[in-house]
Design a protein. Structure first.
Length: 499
């Protein structure tokens, strides 16, 4: 018999349960930061005038338990006769975190404090009661990243999971610490019939792992030898030395400065990055130049699972992590990879009438002769038949052994390790200032009507040219005298001299 449910759907806090086409109703709960979704159909016909709108808020309850909440993000429609069908697509409150871009930087803080600051300063109505991460942060820069992407980056760096629940609270927690409300064993009543299906997958198998870490100081010195020609001043070292090398010319030690830091006072100058020695004066021809120092050498470690190789064949994997600073640390990292991926991965799923499963939870399955393992729930999908009858479809993947996760977390929690990324990003943040000015006009009735007049006096002063025509100087261009003493006048060709 199908599991008995009691679903109610509220849109903008108004009960719309009776308008839902229940065979079209589904909820999908996805692992990690992937948003959970809900979809259904609402039909509009004679006597039923309601139609949904994008951005409407939706809540779905099973009795008193809220099993979905979010907003309507898409609406498609089709018409058949007099009936309009609205295909409604909803996303959980992750959509609230995708609307805002974060432009900020953080130094000397913790992952938890970074999340709290972002939520406090970039959102409204969202809480972080279930955020718990004290891993130290030396520097983090977010340059125009959505809030959900910022939290996902932090989760990826420290191997945590996160999601926003249906009450708008952020959950940020160590992976695989949320346990399913029940386990599956022989004669379990929580599986529908023979719906449990499992298969093995070799696509992620790793049984020969090579780890490339950072650099370490060699235990023995290395010497590079050149023969001078009397002209050449620059000689390569072949190595990045951990410290200033010893340089000898014809077996006699010379003084060594650091290129770009020391400007004068040394026989030669050492460049760490470009790996060379430069002399101010070219060494004498045929003299032997010896450059000796402790070089930095790469940390490269290979570990293998011989039993897995014997069973499945060789599956090689290489990983570079420059934060690894010793061969022992690289060895532990490689062993953690083998522990997590040295055997085939089992995937599968089942159907159930029992509610309470959620993506990210760890589910244990112990069935005699078939499987005894722990799985991470990847996706949970609810499909309804009627408002009170439905079933859950559950997708599983083998729980990666805690070895790799614990190793990475121990690396970060070590006092000498801190999350540090995007250090070279240049953060530019601009604000646009605006102001509103209000202007009002008040027009009142004229108190009195009368004639308005003003007396204006006009005077005219006409002056006669003070010069005799014989004294004038004529110009062949338009001209206006500049004053009473100016004798220049405009000459008109079609007229005679002024009398």
């Amino acid at each position: 018999m199908l599991y008995s449910m009691d679903l109610q759907v509220y849109i903008n806090s108004i009960d719309k349960t009776d308008l839902i086409d229940w065979p079209s109703f589904s909820i999908e709960d996805n692992v990690d930061e992937q948003p959970n979704t809900c979809s259904f159909v609402v039909k509009k016909y004679t006597g039923q005038t309601y139609s949904p709108n994008v951005n409407d808020e939706i809540e779905v309850f099973d009795g008193v338990d809220k099993i979905f909440a979010g907003r309507i993000l898409s609406i498609g429609n089709s018409i058949e006769g007099d009936v309009v069908s609205y295909e409604v697509g909803c996303k959980d409150y992750t959509s609230e975190l995708d609307r805002i871009l974060v432009t900020d930087s953080f130094t000397s803080t913790t992952v938890g404090e970074v999340i709290e600051y972002i939520i406090d300063n970039y959102t409204s109505g969202i809480t972080y009661d279930n955020v718990d991460c004290s891993i130290a942060v030396s520097k983090i820069v977010f340059n125009k990243m959505t809030i959900s992407k910022c939290i996902s980056e932090l989760a990826r760096l420290v191997n945590y999971n996160w999601y926003i629940d249906y009450d708008k609270d952020i959950h940020f927690f160590v992976k695989n610490t949320e346990i399913a409300p029940f386990l599956i064993s022989d004669n379990s009543k929580d599986i529908i019939g023979d719906s449990l299906k499992l298969e093995n997958d070799l696509s992620q198998l790793r049984n020969s792992v090579t780890i490339r870490g950072g650099d370490k100081v060699a235990t023995n010195t290395r010497t590079k030898t050149h023969i001078a020609d009397g002209i050449q001043k620059t000689f390569n070292t072949d190595y990045k030395f951990a410290s200033r090398p010893i340089v000898r010319v014809d077996s006699v030690a010379v003084t060594v400065g650091t290129e770009n830091l020391d400007q004068s006072g040394f026989d030669c100058y050492w460049d760490y990055n470009q790996k060379y020695i430069r002399f101010d004066v070219a060494p004498t021809s045929t003299h032997e130049i010896e450059i000796e120092g402790y070089p930095l050498i790469p940390i490269i470690v290979q570990v293998e699972d011989l039993a897995s190789i014997s069973t499945y064949g060789r599956f090689e994997f290489a990983k570079t992590d420059k934060t690894i600073k010793s061969s022992e640390e690289a060895k532990l990292y490689g062993e953690a990879q083998l522990e997590a991926y040295g055997r085939s991965i089992r995937e599968g799923g089942f159907r159930t009438y029992t509610s309470g499963l959620k993506s990210g939870q760890t589910l244990t399955i112990n069935i005699t002769g078939l499987v005894s393992d722990s799985f991470v729930i990847q996706r949970v999908t609810l499909l309804m038949i009627t408002r009170t009858k439905g079933e859950w479809s559950v997708e599983l993947a083998t729980l990666k052994t805690m070895g790799i996760i614990q190793f990475l977390q121990d690396k970060l929690l070590n006092d000498n390790k801190r999350v540090d990324f995007n250090e070279d990003d240049v953060l530019e943040k601009y604000y646009q200032e605006s102001a509103e000015i209000g202007v009002t006009e008040q027009i009142g009735p004229m108190e009195a009507i009368g004639n308005d007049h003003k007396t204006i006096e006009i005077e005219e002063d006409i002056a006669k040219d003070p010069f005799d025509p014989s004294e004038l100087e004529f110009v062949l261009c338009p001209y206006t005298p500049t004053g009473n003493d100016d004798k220049k006048r405009e000459f008109l060709l079609d007229r005679g001299l002024l009398a």
